[in-house]
Design a protein. Structure first.
Length: 238
């Protein structure tokens, strides 16, 4: 039986500070089908919770597995963008099928992300950009990096629903950056850690103009006793 974490308040951190340590990295292999990626990653990050991107979270593995098992998702994608890319696992795998823009808000995380890009050969171009979800200038720059400067066919995000307060910014920037054309969608790898976020992410996604559905067969146990799932978000009016 899957065990859920007990509810937390909006201001309570979901990640224990003991997880965050330093900027030492190990090179580790990750295999998905015929693709093997080598990533510099840390067993823990610094005590600054802004640097959680230095470690690999369960939803990244879940979403990468889904992308690898469904290559048609990106086969006609002109360009994908990953929000909160961290170490770049999902985006680097996606770059075997289409051009990708990897984003994160932390300069420290962007440094290791860039190194991971250099360590792995991709079939398509990869760019790394700084993106604060609430920053108008960062969002404008990310939009300008899309092929037609109108948005991305696919947006990817894994373990980016880390607090209630972050949800409006997350879905707001996703709505701004996702192209409005048919077939465009935001694939969200989500791990349930708090009932409050389980409920509110649906509310905030809909408030941003999205229709949200669970991808059938993706709900599974991850990271020990937690439950993960892949959500697919499209604009409600398309």
């Amino acid at each position: 039986m899957v065990t859920h974490a007990s509810p937390v308040s909006e201001t309570e951190d979901l990640f224990e500070s003991s997880l965050f340590d330093n900027e030492n990295y190990e090179l580790k292999p990750f295999s998905f089908g015929s693709h093997t990626l080598r990533l510099l990653c840390s067993e823990s990050a610094t005590t600054d919770h802004d640097l959680t991107g230095q470690i690999l979270w369960p939803a990244a593995n879940l979403l990468a597995t889904y992308v690898a098992a469904h290559p048609s998702i990106l086969s006609r994608c002109s360009c994908a963008l990953e929000l909160g890319a961290g170490l770049g696992l999902v985006g680097l795998l996606a770059a075997q099928s289409c051009p990708v823009v990897l984003t994160d808000h932390s300069d420290v995380v962007l440094r290791v992300l860039s190194r991971n890009v250099q360590l792995n050969q991709a079939q398509y171009d990869i760019r790394c950009l700084k993106l604060e979800w609430n920053s108008q200038s960062d969002t404008t720059a990310a939009l300008a990096a899309s092929p037609d400067k109108q948005g991305y066919d696919t947006i990817l995000g894994a373990d980016v629903c880390y607090s209630l307060s972050a949800l409006p910014a997350l879905f707001g920037v996703a709505a701004r950056l996702l192209h409005g054309g048919p077939g465009c969608r935001f694939l969200l790898g989500y791990v349930s850690r708090a009932y409050s976020i389980d409920r509110q992410l649906i509310v905030e996604a809909q408030a941003a103009g999205f229709a949200i559905k669970e991808e059938i067969g993706t709900r599974q146990q991850v990271g020990g006793s937690l439950e993960g799932v892949i959500y697919s978000l499209t604009f409600a009016n398309t």
